[in-house]
Design a protein around this ligand. Structure first.
Ligand code: ADP
Length: 459
């Protein structure tokens, strides 16, 4: 297939389209998965931060002093925090309590601001270059000088007294609690996913390209086979048409050059011309009929056909031919009538091709028996002869167009090599099949199987 330029080009184009479409689908789904993983990790991280800050907020609020200078109280309730402007004595307990089991404790830091946004206290593990100006936005992300990213959550704190005062004064906040964490693990995970995409995507694309090439080869195979059959058919048809045409032209030329003294030969030569012309016409009619069968352009809708009538008509028709050939032709028909759904003239043609072959390939003195039976929702028509038989090696090809076991003999008898091809095409149109059983020198049995009325599907 690859040696043929048209097919190689089509295969390459098909493979490229496959690869392109698969590549787009792959990249969209890969990018979608990446985005959703990043999103879900981010959402899980924010949920965790909210939960920690919520717990801290609930534990802190009842203990918050209302006084202007909360240093002493803060030192008492949050001993693990460093107070702004004072030396830092580290004994982490509170943050540990709320973050234990969640993740690495050093991941989180905490900061407390008063309502004027002045830093009151902070955990000792807070990053050194945190922005000093207070920003009350609930969620913030920033990057330190060394490139590490941080994510921070800010929540308002109210003092314990504020809970017992009038609702309007409750609006005034005591200050703000900030919980933040490094994004290092998150960024590392995102980085890892990006690497997987960067390395995995070209590999997947390579696999897609290879499988596209293979798949396009598979897809082109039946088209290529049909193209080859078509080529073969055209070559065979041209060959079959050429022989009678050449002979016809030669006869006409001979007639034209005939000297006046031999003019009496003209009628005999005209007979030859007529015979060759008929042969050509027969061949073309057969070819057209075969083509129409393959395109299922049946002229008439299927109708119920009585096979008993068809068989007895055909036997009667072939009786004269059989008698001339000194062949004993008989038929066995059942008493009850057997019907199939089909095109009567096509079925007639099918059985007549089988019977004509049986008579043609049986030497004089032989016998041809046609019989009709029905069982298992199927009608069986058998045409049995005691003729020359068909070699086992040739049997698979006898239904091919223009195939003849013995070309010379077949041509002599007027065969076109299309008889069995037409018979099989008709059988297939009728959802039936033809089986052959033959022994060389002993005889041949052709069996036609047709679904009985009600079983056959309409074309
Ligand atoms: P043709 O027009 O040459 O008979 P067919 O398609 O009818 O072509 O048959 C194909 C070939 O099958 C024939 O050339 C012949 O060799 C073989 N064949 C068909 N029927 C018989 C038969 N009943 N006995 C022996 N050979 C047969």
């Amino acid at each position: 297939m690859n040696s043929h330029q048209l097919f190689r080009r089509s295969r390459t184009r098909l493979a490229l389209w496959y690869a392109l479409v698969m590549g787009v689908i792959l990249s969209l789904s890969g990018f979608g998965m990446y985005r959703s993983l990043v999103q879900s990790n981010w959402a899980a991280m924010e949920r965790e931060m909210e939960s920690i800050s919520g717990t801290l907020h609930d534990s802190l609020e009842p203990m918050l002093p209302a006084s202007e200078n909360p240093t002493a109280v803060l030192r008492r309730i949050l001993p693990e925090l460093c107070l702004a402007g004072q030396s830092c004595n580290v004994s982490p307990t509170l943050i540990q309590r709320h973050t234990t089991g969640i993740s690495d404790r050093s991941t989180y830091y905490i900061r407390l601001f008063n309502h004027q946004s002045h830093l009151l206290a902070f955990s000792p593990n807070q990053p050194v270059d945190l922005p000093q100006t207070f920003n009350a936005a609930p969620w913030q992300t920033f990057q330190s000088a060394n490139g590490v990213r941080y994510h921070q959550f800010t929540i308002i704190l109210h003092s314990s007294e504020a809970h017992h005062t009038a609702p309007q004064s409750r609006q005034a906040s005591w200050g703000y609690l900030q919980i933040g964490r490094t994004l290092e693990p998150f960024d590392a995970e995102v980085n890892r996913m990006q690497w997987i995409l960067v390395i995995g995507f070209p590999i997947a694309l390579g696999v897609v390209a290879a499988s596209s090439w293979w798949l396009s080869g598979l897809a082109m195979q039946p088209i290529y086979q049909s193209y080859q059959q078509q080529q073969q058919f055209t070559a065979n048809a041209a060959h079959e048409l050429r022989s009678p045409l050449a002979s016809l032209l030669a006869t006409v030329e001979a007639m034209l050059r005939l000297p006046p003294a031999q003019q009496h030969d003209i009628p005999m030569m005209l007979h030859t011309v007529e015979r060759q012309g008929r042969r050509l016409s027969h061949l073309i009619t057969d070819l057209l009929f075969l083509t129409s069968l393959e395109h299922s352009s049946s002229p008439k809708p299927f109708q119920s056909c009585c096979l008993n009538d068809l068989m007895s008509d055909l036997t009667e028709e072939f009786l004269e031919l059989a008698t001339i050939a000194e062949i004993h032709l008989t038929h066995h028909l059942p008493k009850h009538e057997i019907y199939v759904l089909g095109n009567e003239s096509q079925l007639y043609r099918l059985v007549s091709n089988l019977m004509a072959n049986a008579i043609q390939y049986t030497p004089s003195g032989g016998a041809v028996v046609v019989s009709l039976t029905a069982h298992d929702h199927t009608a069986f028509i058998t045409v049995k002869d005691t003729g020359i038989g068909i070699a086992t090696a040739a049997q698979p090809y006898i239904f091919d167009r223009f195939y003849r076991v013995d070309s010379d003999r077949s041509r002599e008898t007027g065969g076109t090599g299309l008889g069995l091809a037409i018979a099989q095409a008709i059988a297939q149109v009728h959802k039936g099949s033809i089986q052959v059983h033959s022994d060389l020198g002993q005889g041949t049995i052709f069996t036609l199987l047709l679904p009985l009325t009600g079983e056959a599907a309409m074309p």
